[in-house]
Design a protein around this ligand. Structure first.
Ligand code: 13P
Ligand code: 13P
Ligand code: MG
Ligand code: MG
Ligand code: MG
Ligand code: MG
Length: 372
């Protein structure tokens, strides 16, 4: 068995929240190389989307392993040190605790981890996003694993036809449920259509008994009890041979659906699939970005990445996203561009409510004279 771990954190932005500084990337690479040389990792790579660094690692310690999580924590401390030295924005932003204790749960960094028996050919996609939340993966996971208009294999591949089990988290109540699809499709959609609260954590093949996909589901805003940025999620999807083909796993992103995030984590905006070189959200700190890194995993080694959205076939989605961005931006501070009050990550509302408390009076039929 090998484990693929993608562990990510924002440890400082260059410039603002738009990218990771090259010196931070180089430092993370040095750490990964050291950990590979020492035998902790079988293999490892460093990637980024926007201002978030992802450590993509293979090893034999399983998910939630203290050794792997503490290595990631130390690496993020090191990149934070560099960010501080350069005065980068929000240095150490996602490191919410002063000391590491056991694993990264509740500490700020996000992670998706998958333990599996490597198949003779093991194509895997690592999706990295910036300026959005983990529920952003609900729609594409539904399409990949439950929508025959997206995934032909659900109809014509005997190993997919029985369907998939979806594990869904309720992030508010900290509970989980498994939906058996296609039987439970309509029940599941009632929940996952509300992605701020209900998040698909994993998908399993009923026929193969294998986990096919997993997402990072940490919710920073709740962990920190105050705004510390959206969670900027990652996702791992294994492909082919009874799982969605690579092209079926990429296909949902040809539709630039709307996600929550963007400026101050408080706006709806289209989700833009981009090649790595364009994964730097600047317009209105958006639109939110997604990159897809393709790997063939062989003897635990990461053969790749291929930059999967570096394909003109996604130009149409990018053009449409630009149009949607223009349209939504013109709403300024109005919903549905701005998130509803309950979902705002930045808010002046409690202070306003207090200051204006005694200017609110019962509604009457006469027109009141404004008080200045
Ligand atoms: P496989 O069974 O080889 O995964 O076939 C699916 C495919 O590659 C079609 O795109
Ligand atoms: P990040 O979570 O990517 O740091 O974004 C925070 C933000 O407020 C962007 O406007
Ligand atoms: Mg940031
Ligand atoms: Mg970010
Ligand atoms: Mg963030
Ligand atoms: Mg084939």
């Amino acid at each position: 068995m090998i484990t693929l771990s993608v562990i990510k954190a924002d440890t400082g932005g260059f410039v603002g929240h738009s990218a990771v500084h090259p010196n931070m990337m180089a430092e993370a690479r040095r750490e990964i190389d050291r950990a590979t040389a020492s035998g902790l990792l079988i293999d490892g790579q460093v990637a980024s989307c926007g201002d978030d660094i992802s450590l993509i690692m293979t090893h034999t310690y399983g998910a939630d392993a203290g050794l792997i999580h503490s290595f990631a924590w130390d690496t993020f401390q090191a990149t934070t040190h560099i960010a501080k030295g350069l005065g980068l924005y929000g240095a150490g932003q996602d490191l919410l605790s002063d000391a590491f204790s056991g694993n990264l749960r509740g500490m700020g960094p996000g992670y998706a981890e998958l333990e599996f028996e490597e198949r003779p050919s093991e194509p895997v996609l690592c999706f990295l996003a910036d300026k959005t939340e983990p529920g952003a993966w609900n729609l594409p996971l539904y399409k990949m694993f439950a929508d025959p208009f997206n995934t032909a294999g659900l109809v014509i591949d005997g190993k997919m036809h029985a369907g998939f089990g979806f594990e869904v988290y309720d992030l508010y109540e900290e509970k989980r449920i498994v939906f058996d699809c296609p039987a439970d499709l309509y029940d599941m959609l009632m929940y996952i259509g509300a992605p701020a609260r209900y998040v698909i954590h994993g998908v399993r093949s009923k026929t193969l008994g294998e986990t096919a996909a997993t997402t990072s589901t940490q919710r920073l805003s709740l962990i920190a009890g105050k705004y510390v940025g959206k969670d900027d999620p990652v996702m791992i999807v294994r492909c082919q041979s009874g799982l969605p083909a690579v092209g079926e796993a990429l296909e949902p992103f040809a539709f630039p659906y709307t996600v929550a995030g963007c400026m101050r984590g408080s706006h709806h905006a289209p989700f833009l699939p981009v090649p790595v070189r364009q994964a730097h959200p600047s317009r209105f700190d958006g639109p939110p970005r997604v990159v897809a890194l393709g790997f063939q995993i062989h003897d635990g080694k990461l053969i790749g990445p291929r930059d999967m959205f570096d394909d003109p076939a996604f130009d149409g989605a990018r053009a449409q996203a630009s149009e949607i961005m223009d349209y939504l931006r013109r709403h300024g501070p109005f919903e549905p561009h701005r998130l509803p009050l309950s979902e705002l990550e930045y808010t002046t509302m409690p202070a306003l409510a207090q200051r204006l408390a005694n200017r609110w009076t019962p509604m009457t039929t006469e027109i009141a004279t404004p008080v200045g």
